[in-house]
Design a protein around this ligand. Structure first.
Ligand SMILES: [Zn+2]
Length: 460
């Protein structure tokens, strides 16, 4: 019997049985977050109500004199119909307008639940509505290269514990979920409701059903983002430029280009309105402390940006910059800046990649050897591949799954037909993933582990 079998037993006591047995702190905190998404209608102001926990995104209703305005109808029609029913318990006034904060499907696909043909309902968005989807399609990456694995669509039921900023997956009726446009298709084949009114200006002022409304261009999470500002009620609807998590400046699926400098400016612009209440695109509204929250959010993003650029000028590599750009304690301790969904390490690397490209300044990266050659060097150093394999198993048994995964990967390359290193790497990544707090990184790691396990089983 090989060592890996023992390692597999070690792993299986942690995962996937982890839900019942030894849950990591990361898992516990992500599970605790799900309590935020019990369905509720939050009264943000006397005439502003936000539905949380019905759908993946937050959906709001502004009540006017003779009609209501819907901000972000949500992800899919069935869920949006439930939101509509809940809103109708507050008022039976008809829907007169719908506002899309941006073009992602988790905010727009539910529109048919509120929209009626021929009823004169205004549907507002920016004139570059849908720009992200168009850019991705132009790159030939429509549907994404790896959206499933980062959102956890394809995990085993017991591995799906949540995404940190939205309802847990088992409560999404379609069995899939998307938070920041990971997929843009209309769920269940529902038709899309296109904007009837768009604007190209930085800001427009409207009066709808007697409510004073300003729509303000706010590029950030997407280029087509806007925020909705109600000056009378001092409520700002941020779209996905704000939710209670570190912002998803770099989505691991890899098909979005997000400018952190634009994003910071947009947060600052919302802050300058002097709002009382802040309604984010996901998670519960921030009531009464909007300026404080937006100030901290802006300061934190600016800190990470500035440190990254400053360090890059000193020849620091992205790996070094991740440490150099760590938040100061007074920001790092804020729960709404924790890495539930976006990550600081991903942000730092993305700033570097967007501004300086793939070359990190390390001359050895101008002379890279093939992965196979690097693994052979590792094996030679360890005294042969068998010795490397023993060390990999020992790492797993000694509670160092990340070390085990790194060593097993070398063995895998050198023995591609051998299922054992592949299985050890699968076991090790399962544990690493279970201990990862950032939900997309966790999902990707566990999905990759599942894939390796399937490949290993096929080789056995
Ligand atoms: Zn969203």
């Amino acid at each position: 019997m090989s060592l890996y079998k023992t390692a597999a037993i070690v792993a299986s006591t942690l995962f996937p049985a982890s839900v019942a047995l030894a849950q990591s702190e990361a898992t516990q905190r992500l599970l605790a977050r799900n309590a935020m998404f019990e369905p509720a209608i939050v009264e943000v102001a006397a005439n502003v109500h936000t539905a949380i926990g019905y759908q993946v995104s937050a959906n709001s209703m502004i009540v006017g004199d003779d009609g209501v305005i819907i901000v972000d109808p949500g992800q899919q029609v069935a869920g949006a119909q439930q939101v509509r029913a809940a809103f109708e318990e507050i008022t039976d006034k008809p829907v007169v307008a719908i506002i899309y904060t941006h073009g992602h499907g988790d905010h727009t696909n539910g529109a048919p639940a509120f929209y009626e043909d021929g009823a004169g309902i205004q549907v507002w968005a920016r004139s570059n509505y849908g720009s992200e989807g168009a850019r991705v399609a132009a790159a030939g990456l429509d549907g994404g290269a790896r959206p499933v694995n980062t959102q956890g669509f394809d995990l085993l039921p017991e591995q799906k514990i949540g995404i940190g900023v939205a309802i847990p997956p088992e409560r999404v009726p379609t069995g899939s979920m998307m938070v920041d446009g990971a997929t843009v298709r209309a769920v269940g084949g529902a038709r899309r409701v296109e904007p009837t009114h768009t604007f190209a200006e930085d800001r427009i002022s409207l009066e709808i059903a007697g409510v004073e409304i300003e729509l303000v261009a706010a590029p950030g999470e997407t280029d087509d983002q806007l925020y909705v500002w109600l000056p009378q009620q001092r409520v700002v609807f941020a779209g996905d430029n704000f939710y209670q998590s570190w912002p998803n400046v770099y989505p691991l699926r890899g098909t979005a280009r997000r400018s952190i400098r634009d994003w910071i400016a947009s947060i600052d612009s919302m802050r300058a309105e002097n709002p009382l209440h802040l309604v984010g695109g996901h998670t519960t509204p921030m009531l009464g402390n909007a300026v404080e929250v937006l100030t901290n959010y802006r300061d934190a993003m600016r800190w990470v940006h500035d440190r990254t650029i400053e360090g890059a000028r000193q020849y620091m590599t992205p790996d070094e910059l991740v440490e150099y750009a760590a938040l100061p304690a007074h920001l790092a301790d804020l729960d709404y800046l924790a890495e539930y969904y976006g990550s600081i390490w991903g942000t730092v690397r993305d700033i570097y990649a967007q501004d300086l490209g793939w070359f990190d300044g390390d001359p050895l990266n101008l002379h890279r050897e093939s992965p196979l050659r690097q693994s052979q060097r590792m094996a030679d150093l360890a005294g042969g591949v068998e010795s490397l394999w023993t060390t990999a198993n020992e790492a797993m048994q000694n509670g160092d799954p990340l070390g085990a995964a790194q060593l097993a990967q070398h063995v895998m390359r050198l023995r591609p037909e051998d299922p054992e290193p592949r299985m050890l790497m699968a076991d090790a990544l399962a544990v690493v993933g279970e201990r990862t707090f950032n939900a997309p990184a966790r999902n990707y790691t566990i999905a990759y582990s599942n894939r390796l396990r399937r490949e290993a089983e096929a080789l056995e």
